[in-house]
Design a protein. Sequence first.
Length: 247
Amino acid sequence: MTNGQIFLYETMGTAMLLLLGCGVVATAILIKSKGLGGGWLLINFGWGLGVFAGVYVAFPTSAHLNPAVTIAQLVLGKIDFGQALVYWAAEFLGAFIGAVLCWLAFKDHFDQEEDPGAKLGVFSTGPAIRNLPWNLVTEVIATFVLIFVILMSGGTPDKLGPLFVAFLVVGIGASLGGPTGYAINPARDLGPRIAHAILPIRGKGSSDWGYSWVPIVGPLVGAVLAALLFKVLDTPTLFAVFNPKTS
């Protein structure tokens, strides 16, 4: 794939992911939505199916859709730094575009919603209990699970199948998403947070930039740790020790 193709597919795939992901949150929490009160599991499944759709759209480029996936591939030597920059640019742009499209789809509901926190919650994550060091730990752990399971199950998402990754995201949300809203993806949080900051959303309030570094740093650290552990486990010597019959 050329860098231009990578940029195009990853932008489109990440935009699809964020349109559906932010859309399910809007459906569940914005006033007068037909899905108002749908609950946490609806949001989890909506994000999982957003991943499912996004992976199909970006399938030709291995569907990273997430700077954490990209940095794991960089650590493992699957891509070079130049390609990583292209992936990252596309992921952040796609996330921004998806969030803007969500706002357009729910414009009337944003206008009538009086709670600024609900409006921000459609776009970006936030902690249930604000304790930034521990919020960071949660994001590291949750992203480690995402990346490590993907790697241990056969590599990048194109070798796993979109449905597997979708259910993995649902499982992480159901199990580890409660403390922080499980960003597990820096682009998923930063792109929409920027959209929230610049869009003319009536009564939107703060974009909470004081928290914004947590869903960026946490997923990147978790991804690097997952990739490093996988790299150790994937060495021929260690594989031979634990799998003597296949060595």
